[in-house]
Ligand binder design. Sequence first.
Ligand code: HEC
Length: 98
Amino acid sequence: MRSLTAATLAACALFALSTPVSAGPPAKAASCMGCHNPAKASPTNPRLCGQPKQYLMDATKAYKSGGRNNPTMKALVMTLGDPDIDSVAGWYSSQACK
Ligand code: HEC
């Protein structure tokens, strides 16, 4: 019985390790996908896929603060808190452009 429990625990731990941390985009990225979609290049919007995470975070914060002056982007990122910016930038950074 004891060894069965240990085996079950080990199997669970292995499963947890092999499960991808984050497969889909974070919920907060939903409003970005229309213009920034890793699977679809846009003639008007810059691609975020594969960019360094730090670069994306800095750019997003610059739109919020006004350091980068773009009314569209400012309105869109105003609702993002620092944890959101971190997860959205991290996700785009991990995506290969298609
Ligand atoms: C209506 C279309 C649209 C939506 C929706 C949109 N963006 Fe943008 N985004 C743009 C455009 C246009 C630019 C280029 C603006 C400029 O010239 O600075 C841009 C630029 C950026 C950049 C800078 C890219 C670079 O290469 O410097 C980042 C980062 C970014 N957007 C993040 C986001 C995030 C995060 C969201 C979702 C909260 C979002 N965008 C939603 C149109 C959009």
